[in-house]
Ligand binder design. Structure first.
Ligand code: SF4
Length: 428
């Protein structure tokens, strides 16, 4: 449910504008990678996510995805009970049977992900081999891949990273013509806006990973240049690099400034005429700036504290400090990928405190002492903080809401303004 394990390298780091990193280690409080299924299954419309897990995993998915109750479900849990400890062969046979039954019942499935979890019975199963075995049986109608969403190995956004990284080796080979790949699940409305913007810039051959359908997954190869749309895709980027694709370094498309720089990186790589770039970008940038002005009055000067949760914290702090004049007191992130975040870190004011990893008790102490105007955190600690009179924002909402791009900049600002407004109304 909520992963509470030591951070991956057993340590954490704080960066203060180039000063020596402060390292912490300890428990973390963040959802596991299974949570990513909730937004991934909406995006890849002929995929199915079969969690190989326990009743706890099933409960997590059901509550996290409760809003999808009217949708045809495209995820389920194959519950591996303790009795399976007696024999792995039995567990594998049971898994094969569950997959066979599922594919008979749901002939619309084209891509099936076996998603690993943390119960010890599941860890003993080799899901990579199971996926190969079952692929052999069900190809070419259905492709079967596997990845881990286990709370021991992943925080909640890392589930998407693991899923996309599993897809990359199977992507078709790119042709010789240069192409641009935007990597990371984006809301459909954002994807459409991005396509139009790239097209207006004269950048053709634009693909998105993941695609809406398995047959539309993008080609990749040495002629592919890619932009990361999300900051939590380290393994996916590594897999793309291995296929010969080249990453375009850019800030993430959050807020007007980040979005302009994101498109600017593609425009530079495609030698887009600077006048054309301005013509295309300026109207959207101005619209975004006008939208943001409404919220600056509410957010300006307000302090904000980020607990490490989604890995979106650094780009968000950059957006909130530079475009809305908020004051980040501490920016916690589960992992700090210095290379992917270099452009973001360069934009942050020099005195920002950044922590990597988590020691939940110490961080709670610092938060209580700082008494920020707004705290961005996971669901698990929001209520205790609210009980102390602190105003909180659930970081998971940032994954379920369209927040990328120019047209969504004001909506993103509103997500932070709303809890403050609610608190003011309660106090008044
Ligand atoms: Fe809980 Fe682990 Fe299942 Fe996630 S994968 S719901 S942390 S048991």
């Amino acid at each position: 449910m909520i992963a509470a394990a030591a951070s991956r390298d057993g340590s954490s780091a704080a960066v203060m504008a180039g000063e020596a990193p402060l390292r912490e280690r300890g428990q973390r409080e963040v959802f596991c990678g299974l949570t990513g299924i909730v937004w991934l299954h909406r995006k890849i419309q002929d995929a199915f996510f079969l969690v190989v897990g326990s009743r706890t995993c099933a409960h997590l998915l059901q509550s996290a995805a409760g809003v999808m109750i009217f949708a045809e479900p495209r995820f389920a849990t194959a519950i591996i009970e303790e009795r399976d400890l007696a024999g792995l062969a039995d567990a594998n046979a049971e898994l094969d049977k569950a997959v066979d039954q599922l594919l008979v019942r749901r002939p619309d499935i084209r891509l099936l992900f076996l998603v690993g979890s943390c119960p010890s019975e599941v860890i003993k199963l080799d899901l990579t081999r199971a996926a190969q075995r079952l692929s052999g049986k069900h190809a070419p109608k259905v492709r079967i891949l596997s990845y881990s969403g286990s709370g021991i190995e992943t925080t909640f956004t890392q589930g998407e990273d693991a899923c996309l990284a599993a897809l990359v080796p199977t992507l078709p080979v790119a042709e010789t013509q240069p192409s641009l790949l935007v990597v990371g699940t984006l809301a459909d409305v954002v994807e459409d806006q991005f396509r139009r913007m790239f097209s207006a810039l004269g950048i053709d051959n634009v693909y998105f990973l993941p695609a809406h359908r398995d047959a539309e997954m993008p080609p990749v190869g040495p002629t592919t240049r890619y932009l990361l749309a999300q900051p939590f895709l380290a393994d996916t980027a590594r897999a793309l690099d291995e296929r010969g694709a080249q990453r375009l370094a850019a800030p993430f498309p959050l807020g007007a400034e980040g979005t302009a720089a994101f498109f600017g990186a593609a425009a530079k790589a495609w030698n887009v005429d600077p006048t054309l770039f301005q013509q295309v970008i300026a109207p959207a940038q101005e619209r975004a700036a006008r939208g943001l002005a409404r919220y600056r009055a509410q957010l300006q000067g307000k302090s904000i504290f980020f607990f490490p949760d989604s890995q979106l914290e650094i780009p968000l702090a950059r957006f909130l400090s530079r475009e809305l004049e908020m004051q980040p007191l501490e920016i916690g992130t589960p992992y700090l990928h210095r290379q992917h975040l270099a452009e973001e870190l360069a934009l942050l004011p020099p005195d920002m405190v950044i922590t990597e990893g988590q020691h939940i008790d110490r961080q709670l102490d610092r938060c209580r002492a700082a008494r920020p105007d707004l705290t961005v955190c996971g669901l698990g600690i929001a209520n205790p903080l609210e009980a102390l009179g602190l105003t909180t924002k659930w970081s998971i909402e940032l994954l379920f809401t369209p927040i990328h791009g120019f047209e969504q900049a004001a909506d993103l600002a509103e997500l932070f303004a709303r809890p403050l407004l609610r608190r003011n109304l309660l106090v008044a």
